[in-house]
Design a protein around this ligand. Structure first.
Ligand code: DX5
Ligand code: ZN
Length: 232
Protein backbone atom coordinates (compact mmCIF):
# COMPACT_ATOMS: atom_id res chain seq x y z
CA UNK A 1 0.00 0.00 0.00
CA UNK A 2 1.65 3.21 -1.15
CA UNK A 3 1.39 6.27 1.09
CA UNK A 4 1.59 9.82 -0.22
CA UNK A 5 2.83 12.57 2.12
CA UNK A 6 2.51 16.09 0.67
CA UNK A 7 5.37 18.33 1.79
CA UNK A 8 4.00 21.55 3.23
CA UNK A 9 7.27 23.26 2.33
CA UNK A 10 5.59 23.94 -1.03
CA UNK A 11 2.37 25.19 0.60
CA UNK A 12 1.46 28.80 1.40
CA UNK A 13 2.85 29.27 4.94
CA UNK A 14 0.31 32.00 5.71
CA UNK A 15 -2.57 29.52 5.19
CA UNK A 16 -1.25 26.22 6.57
CA UNK A 17 -4.59 24.94 7.92
CA UNK A 18 -6.30 25.52 4.56
CA UNK A 19 -3.38 24.00 2.71
CA UNK A 20 -3.68 20.90 4.91
CA UNK A 21 -7.36 20.64 3.92
CA UNK A 22 -6.44 21.04 0.25
CA UNK A 23 -4.74 17.63 0.36
CA UNK A 24 -7.50 15.74 2.17
CA UNK A 25 -6.98 12.05 1.51
CA UNK A 26 -3.23 12.31 1.93
CA UNK A 27 -1.78 9.70 4.28
CA UNK A 28 0.41 12.10 6.25
CA UNK A 29 1.39 15.77 6.10
CA UNK A 30 5.17 16.05 5.70
CA UNK A 31 6.58 18.94 7.73
CA UNK A 32 10.12 20.06 6.90
CA UNK A 33 11.86 21.56 9.92
CA UNK A 34 15.10 23.33 8.93
CA UNK A 35 17.43 25.20 11.28
CA UNK A 36 19.77 27.01 8.85
CA UNK A 37 22.68 24.96 10.25
CA UNK A 38 22.14 21.38 9.16
CA UNK A 39 20.82 22.78 5.87
CA UNK A 40 21.17 26.29 4.39
CA UNK A 41 17.50 27.16 4.86
CA UNK A 42 15.18 28.10 7.72
CA UNK A 43 11.54 27.03 7.90
CA UNK A 44 9.40 26.40 10.97
CA UNK A 45 9.55 24.73 14.34
CA UNK A 46 7.71 23.37 17.31
CA UNK A 47 5.06 26.11 17.83
CA UNK A 48 3.87 25.77 14.23
CA UNK A 49 3.76 21.98 14.51
CA UNK A 50 1.73 22.29 17.74
CA UNK A 51 -0.77 24.62 16.05
CA UNK A 52 -1.05 22.53 12.92
CA UNK A 53 -1.67 19.44 15.02
CA UNK A 54 -4.85 21.05 16.32
CA UNK A 55 -5.92 22.26 12.88
CA UNK A 56 -5.95 18.91 11.05
CA UNK A 57 -6.78 15.25 11.61
CA UNK A 58 -4.15 14.12 9.11
CA UNK A 59 -1.14 12.75 11.01
CA UNK A 60 2.07 14.78 10.90
CA UNK A 61 5.31 13.36 9.51
CA UNK A 62 8.03 15.69 10.83
CA UNK A 63 11.32 15.65 8.91
CA UNK A 64 13.91 17.32 11.12
CA UNK A 65 16.78 18.78 9.10
CA UNK A 66 18.44 20.17 12.21
CA UNK A 67 21.61 19.89 14.24
CA UNK A 68 21.36 18.23 17.63
CA UNK A 69 18.17 16.21 17.07
CA UNK A 70 19.07 14.35 20.28
CA UNK A 71 17.99 17.45 22.13
CA UNK A 72 15.03 18.62 20.00
CA UNK A 73 13.36 15.63 18.32
CA UNK A 74 11.49 14.12 21.30
CA UNK A 75 9.55 17.37 21.73
CA UNK A 76 8.03 16.92 18.25
CA UNK A 77 6.72 13.52 19.30
CA UNK A 78 5.41 15.03 22.50
CA UNK A 79 3.72 17.76 20.45
CA UNK A 80 1.70 15.08 18.69
CA UNK A 81 3.68 14.28 15.53
CA UNK A 82 2.84 10.74 14.47
CA UNK A 83 6.26 10.21 12.95
CA UNK A 84 9.55 11.94 13.72
CA UNK A 85 12.49 11.65 11.32
CA UNK A 86 16.00 12.68 12.36
CA UNK A 87 19.13 12.63 10.23
CA UNK A 88 21.80 9.98 10.69
CA UNK A 89 24.49 12.61 10.07
CA UNK A 90 23.27 14.80 12.94
CA UNK A 91 22.28 12.32 15.66
CA UNK A 92 24.87 11.60 18.37
CA UNK A 93 23.01 8.64 19.88
CA UNK A 94 20.46 7.39 17.32
CA UNK A 95 19.35 4.34 19.30
CA UNK A 96 18.63 6.35 22.44
CA UNK A 97 16.89 9.00 20.36
CA UNK A 98 14.70 6.49 18.49
CA UNK A 99 13.70 4.94 21.82
CA UNK A 100 12.78 8.34 23.25
CA UNK A 101 10.62 9.12 20.21
CA UNK A 102 8.88 5.75 20.41
CA UNK A 103 8.35 6.20 24.15
CA UNK A 104 6.35 9.34 23.31
CA UNK A 105 4.11 7.22 21.09
CA UNK A 106 5.46 8.34 17.70
CA UNK A 107 7.09 6.37 14.91
CA UNK A 108 10.87 6.83 14.80
CA UNK A 109 12.57 7.31 11.46
CA UNK A 110 16.17 7.71 10.28
CA UNK A 111 17.02 9.91 7.27
CA UNK A 112 20.06 9.55 5.03
CA UNK A 113 21.51 12.38 2.93
CA UNK A 114 22.46 11.31 -0.60
CA UNK A 115 26.10 10.57 0.33
CA UNK A 116 25.25 8.58 3.48
CA UNK A 117 25.09 4.80 3.02
CA UNK A 118 22.48 2.57 4.67
CA UNK A 119 24.86 -0.28 5.50
CA UNK A 120 26.36 1.17 8.74
CA UNK A 121 22.82 1.39 10.13
CA UNK A 122 21.77 -2.20 9.42
CA UNK A 123 21.95 -3.24 13.07
CA UNK A 124 19.75 -0.29 14.07
CA UNK A 125 16.81 -1.30 11.87
CA UNK A 126 14.85 -3.02 14.70
CA UNK A 127 14.93 0.29 16.61
CA UNK A 128 13.27 2.14 13.74
CA UNK A 129 9.90 2.37 12.00
CA UNK A 130 11.02 3.99 8.76
CA UNK A 131 14.12 4.83 6.71
CA UNK A 132 14.06 8.04 4.65
CA UNK A 133 16.33 7.92 1.61
CA UNK A 134 16.78 11.52 0.43
CA UNK A 135 16.56 11.78 -3.33
CA UNK A 136 17.86 15.39 -3.38
CA UNK A 137 20.33 17.23 -1.17
CA UNK A 138 18.06 18.38 1.67
CA UNK A 139 17.26 22.06 2.05
CA UNK A 140 14.88 23.12 -0.70
CA UNK A 141 11.77 22.02 -2.55
CA UNK A 142 11.53 21.84 -6.31
CA UNK A 143 14.92 20.24 -6.99
CA UNK A 144 15.51 17.56 -9.62
CA UNK A 145 15.24 13.92 -8.55
CA UNK A 146 18.62 12.18 -8.17
CA UNK A 147 18.45 8.95 -10.16
CA UNK A 148 21.75 7.87 -8.62
CA UNK A 149 19.83 7.17 -5.39
CA UNK A 150 17.85 4.29 -6.92
CA UNK A 151 20.47 1.64 -6.04
CA UNK A 152 20.44 2.78 -2.40
CA UNK A 153 16.63 2.49 -2.32
CA UNK A 154 16.95 -1.07 -3.64
CA UNK A 155 19.67 -1.99 -1.14
CA UNK A 156 17.64 -0.53 1.73
CA UNK A 157 14.55 -2.48 0.69
CA UNK A 158 16.60 -5.69 0.52
CA UNK A 159 18.05 -5.11 4.01
CA UNK A 160 14.60 -4.45 5.48
CA UNK A 161 13.16 -7.55 3.84
CA UNK A 162 16.13 -9.73 4.77
CA UNK A 163 15.57 -8.87 8.43
CA UNK A 164 11.83 -9.47 8.04
CA UNK A 165 11.07 -6.09 9.62
CA UNK A 166 7.93 -3.99 9.03
CA UNK A 167 9.84 -0.76 8.35
CA UNK A 168 8.51 1.69 5.81
CA UNK A 169 10.87 3.11 3.19
CA UNK A 170 10.31 6.76 2.38
CA UNK A 171 11.72 8.81 -0.49
CA UNK A 172 11.82 12.62 -0.43
CA UNK A 173 12.94 15.06 -3.10
CA UNK A 174 11.94 15.44 -6.73
CA UNK A 175 9.17 12.85 -6.42
CA UNK A 176 6.58 13.48 -9.16
CA UNK A 177 4.48 11.71 -11.78
CA UNK A 178 7.70 11.43 -13.80
CA UNK A 179 9.79 9.75 -11.07
CA UNK A 180 7.49 8.03 -8.57
CA UNK A 181 7.26 4.77 -10.51
CA UNK A 182 11.04 4.33 -10.45
CA UNK A 183 10.99 4.81 -6.67
CA UNK A 184 8.18 2.30 -6.19
CA UNK A 185 9.89 -0.24 -8.44
CA UNK A 186 13.05 0.15 -6.34
CA UNK A 187 11.08 -0.64 -3.18
CA UNK A 188 9.93 2.67 -1.65
CA UNK A 189 6.44 2.65 -0.14
CA UNK A 190 6.11 6.16 1.37
CA UNK A 191 6.43 9.08 -1.03
CA UNK A 192 6.96 12.72 -0.08
CA UNK A 193 5.92 15.16 -2.79
CA UNK A 194 5.99 18.94 -2.40
CA UNK A 195 5.98 20.81 -5.68
CA UNK A 196 4.28 17.91 -7.51
CA UNK A 197 1.28 18.22 -5.16
CA UNK A 198 1.06 21.91 -4.23
CA UNK A 199 2.09 23.01 -7.72
CA UNK A 200 -0.87 21.12 -9.21
CA UNK A 201 -4.21 22.80 -9.99
CA UNK A 202 -5.96 20.19 -7.83
CA UNK A 203 -3.58 19.04 -5.05
CA UNK A 204 -5.95 16.33 -3.74
CA UNK A 205 -6.25 14.87 -7.24
CA UNK A 206 -2.46 14.96 -7.57
CA UNK A 207 -2.19 12.88 -4.37
CA UNK A 208 -4.63 10.30 -5.75
CA UNK A 209 -2.80 10.16 -9.09
CA UNK A 210 0.60 9.68 -7.47
CA UNK A 211 -0.77 6.95 -5.21
CA UNK A 212 -2.26 5.05 -8.16
CA UNK A 213 1.01 5.26 -10.09
CA UNK A 214 3.05 4.09 -7.09
CA UNK A 215 0.74 1.18 -6.31
CA UNK A 216 0.70 -0.01 -9.90
CA UNK A 217 4.49 0.18 -10.22
CA UNK A 218 5.06 -1.43 -6.81
CA UNK A 219 2.74 -4.33 -7.60
CA UNK A 220 4.36 -4.89 -10.98
CA UNK A 221 7.86 -4.92 -9.48
CA UNK A 222 7.08 -7.09 -6.46
CA UNK A 223 4.06 -9.25 -7.38
CA UNK A 224 4.81 -12.06 -4.91
CA UNK A 225 5.10 -9.87 -1.80
CA UNK A 226 3.01 -7.26 -0.09
CA UNK A 227 4.94 -4.57 -2.00
CA UNK A 228 6.70 -3.24 1.06
CA UNK A 229 4.97 -1.47 3.93
CA UNK A 230 1.90 -2.53 5.74
CA UNK A 231 -0.13 0.64 5.22
CA UNK A 232 -1.07 3.32 7.75
C1 DX5 B 1 13.81 19.02 0.93
C2 DX5 B 1 12.64 18.57 1.75
C3 DX5 B 1 11.53 18.01 0.94
C4 DX5 B 1 10.95 18.99 -0.07
C5 DX5 B 1 10.51 18.17 -1.24
O1 DX5 B 1 14.92 19.15 1.71
O2 DX5 B 1 13.02 17.57 2.67
O3 DX5 B 1 10.51 17.47 1.75
O4 DX5 B 1 9.86 19.73 0.40
O5 DX5 B 1 10.05 19.01 -2.24
P1 DX5 B 1 9.85 18.50 -3.74
O6 DX5 B 1 8.87 17.37 -3.71
O7 DX5 B 1 9.36 19.71 -4.45
O8 DX5 B 1 11.20 18.04 -4.23
ZN1 ZN C 1 11.37 16.50 3.71
Amino acid sequence: MAQINPSMLSADFSRLAEEAKAVEGADWLHIDVMDNHFVPNLTLGLPVVESLRKATDTPLDCHLMIENPDRWAPAYAEAGAGSVTFHAEAAAAPVRLAREIRAQGARASLALRPATPIEPYEDLLPELDMILVMTVEPGFGGQAFLDVMLPKIRRTRRLIDRHGLPLWLQVDGGVSAATIERCAEAGADVFVAGSAVYGADDPAAAVRGLREQAERAGRAARPATESGGSGA
